[in-house]
Design a protein around this ligand. Structure first.
Ligand code: ADP
Ligand code: MG
Length: 367
């Protein structure tokens, strides 16, 4: 096991900079997820660590060892990809044993290692099967078994569940989490799926266009997004984001949304200056149909018309407007039968971002 340090890493392909600045340490034993939209540089960053891609600038350390000029096969990292190419002519057992055979371990030791991994991954009944006789999830577990027996310093996963159906993804997520609990191996996991990131990560690194948008625990990035991008990337349905203005009246600050004036909550006051253009963010689940649904009195009533409704299953999405701008509200299906309602905004749960920098105005700023 080891920590992994990325020091001022940059990567360009020709004159295109795809990783612009990456400076980050994964702690020993930590499970870190690199999360971001397709093309933001997640795989490239992971591949530089794995030795599959050259580094344009900066240093990568695993433990105290500089990796830059070490061959991929000598880095002692195990990588599981989205497309897990198993050897088709080999059984499950032989696939898992392969790396250990190459190392020249004694047969008995190989057997012990394979059975230990197969037990953990519930592959024992399948050891004699060929890959084509396995389901997608079983194949993915074999790929993980192959990585596990190498007892690497670090596990690297690149979208390992993307090819699986939703139900299997859920199961495999749980298994990967369990694997990390059992082995405590330092793990870096790349995904564009926020649910995978939220459920698996000790810390999430959110990437955008080759930059780090925010680093934090799942709770940090959900409750205290450092910028507008993170606010809207995390959470489903996405956070409402409305254009607003910060105004001052009689020495008090308000967020102005059309006719609606919202007293500026305390946590934003340190960065407040009047007549600043803002983005006002509030999650659909932080808007309520009854004031009592909020357990404090910092709520703001706003009457709105319901334009449309969308049944999500257990809840319903109401499409409304404030100041001519769309506002989604997620509420319980029982409250379906209304056309006009008063919404109650939980003022402890609103977010404000400077319209220019797109950074949060809150003083928890941890960007
Ligand atoms: P992600 O994994 O976040 O989806 P990647 O790291 O694969 O993104 O890619 C980041 C950017 O780098 C993309 O715009 C991609 O097209 C580009 N890219 C990746 N590999 C190469 C390459 N070998 N040559 C040129 N451009 C590349
Ligand atoms: Mg990728």
């Amino acid at each position: 096991m080891a920590k992994v340090e990325f020091r001022n890493i940059k990567k360009s392909f020709g004159d295109v900079d795809v990783v612009k600045q990456f400076d980050f340490t994964v702690n020993d034993g930590e499970f870190v997820v690199f999360l971001g939209p397709s093309g933001c540089g997640k795989s490239t960053t992971l591949r530089m660590l794995a030795g599959l891609e050259s580094i344009s600038a900066g240093d990568i350390y695993v433990g105290d060892k500089l990796m830059n000029n070490i061959d991929a096969k000598d880095r002692d990292l195990a990588m599981v990809f989205q497309s897990y190419a198993l050897y088709p002519h080999m059984s499950v057992y032989e696939n898992i044993a392969f790396a250990l055979k190459l190392k020249g371990l004694p047969k008995k030791e190989i057997d012990e290692e394979v059975r230990k991994a197969a037990t953990m991954l519930e592959l024992m009944p399948l050891l004699d099967r060929k890959p084509k006789e396995l389901s997608g999830g079983q194949r993915q577990r074999v790929a993980m078994g192959r990585a596990m027996v190498r007892t690497p310093k670090v596990f690297l996963f690149d979208e390992p569940l993307s090819n699986l159906d939703a139900k299997l993804r859920g199961t495999m997520r749980e298994e990967i989490k369990q694997l990390h609990r059992n082995l405590s191996t330092t793990t870096i996991y790349v995904t564009h799926d926020q649910i995978e990131a939220m459920t698996l990560a000790d810390r999430i690194v959110i990437l955008k266009d080759g930059y780090v948008a925010q680093v934090g625990t799942p709770t940090d990035v959900f409750q205290r997004p450092a910028n507008k991008f993170v606010a809207q990337f995390i959470g489903n349905p996405s956070m409402n984001m409305l254009d607003a203005q910060l105004v001052e009246q009689n020495g008090e600050f308000f967020v102005q949304l059309g006719e609606t004036l919202i007293p500026l909550p305390e946590r934003f006051k340190a960065h407040a200056s009047k007549n600043v253009a803002l983005h006002f963010g509030v999650r659909p689940t932080d808007i309520h149909l009854r004031a009592e649904q909020v357990d404090h009195d910092r709520v703001l009533p706003v009457p709105v018309k319901i334009k449309d409704k969308e049944l999500l299953g257990a809840s319903i999405l109401l499409k409304t407007e404030i100041a001519g701008q769309p506002l989604m509200v997620e509420t319980q299906a029982a409250e379906l039968d209304v056309d006009e309602v008063t919404l109650y905004l939980d003022l402890d749960a609103i977010h404000l971002f400077d319209a220019l920098s797109e950074k949060t105005l809150a003083s928890y700023d941890n960007a």
